[in-house]
Design a protein around this ligand. Structure first.
Ligand SMILES: [Zn+2]
Length: 219
């Protein structure tokens, strides 16, 4: 757990926290993130300001339930664990009370396929879970259910969760969903956004599956 590779993982986690802060996705210590390791995951500690965070402050939560670290883990650790249990393919989970995603979450509304980039979350919507108290098993179960076929969800009256194959990927999904929520709110303020059909979104999801992986012969 304390070899070079895990130091790299914790350093990457600290960099991501600072980036979220710099981008204005979080205010103070509201957000948190985690990174899967062998036999558990690293998670940010509770109540720590991003500027003060160091790699050694990350908390290790082992699959056997044991916890190692100087600080208490984020109080929202249960839904991180729930996502990793549901999705073995995901290696990182990020969470923010970012303004626009949280505004949509406060409407208790799924983000519909009003724009093709909604497929970045893996389907034709970004679902909004029912409201549950933060840190509870009920909230974890709701997030896990949303992640069964998505890699992002809104949590009602709370915020946004995004997952990825890497920390960079999870951050990308989070930034995209936050931007989509901003556009959605603007579209809603101006009128009624048109929603793409299921067939339209199936075509986008199929394109995403191969997009960026196509290497030309000899390229
Ligand atoms: Zn939260």
């Amino acid at each position: 757990m304390h070899d070079t590779s895990t130091l790299q993982a914790r350093t990457a986690a600290v960099d991501a926290v600072r980036r979220m802060d710099a981008l204005g996705l979080n205010r103070g210590s509201t957000g948190n993130l985690s990174l899967r390791g062998e036999g558990g995951f690293w998670i940010t500690p509770t109540g720590m300001e991003p500027a003060a965070l160091e790699p050694g402050d990350l908390v290790w939560m082992a699959d056997d339930g044991s916890v190692q670290g100087v600080w208490e883990p984020s109080s929202e650790w249960p839904f991180h664990r729930a996502v990793y249990r549901t999705r073995p393919d995901l290696a990182a989970v990020v969470h923010a009370h970012s303004v626009h995603a949280t505004a949509v979450a406060c409407l208790r509304r799924d983000l519909p396929a009003f724009h093709y980039m909604v497929a970045v979350a893996g389907g034709d919507s970004v679902p909004c879970t029912p409201y549950h108290l933060f840190g509870t098993e009920a909230l974890s179960e709701a997030v896990a259910a949303a992640f069964a076929d998505r890699q992002a969800c809104l949590m009602a009256n709370h915020g946004l969760v995004a997952g990825g194959r890497s920390l960079a990927h999870a951050m990308k999904v989070m930034l995209e969903v936050e931007a989509l929520c901003e556009i959605y709110l603007k579209a809603l303020a101006a009128g009624e956004p048109a929603i793409l059909s299921r067939d339209d979104m199936v075509a986008v999801i199929e394109r995403f599956r191969t997009y960026g992986q196509a290497r030309r012969a000899g390229g």
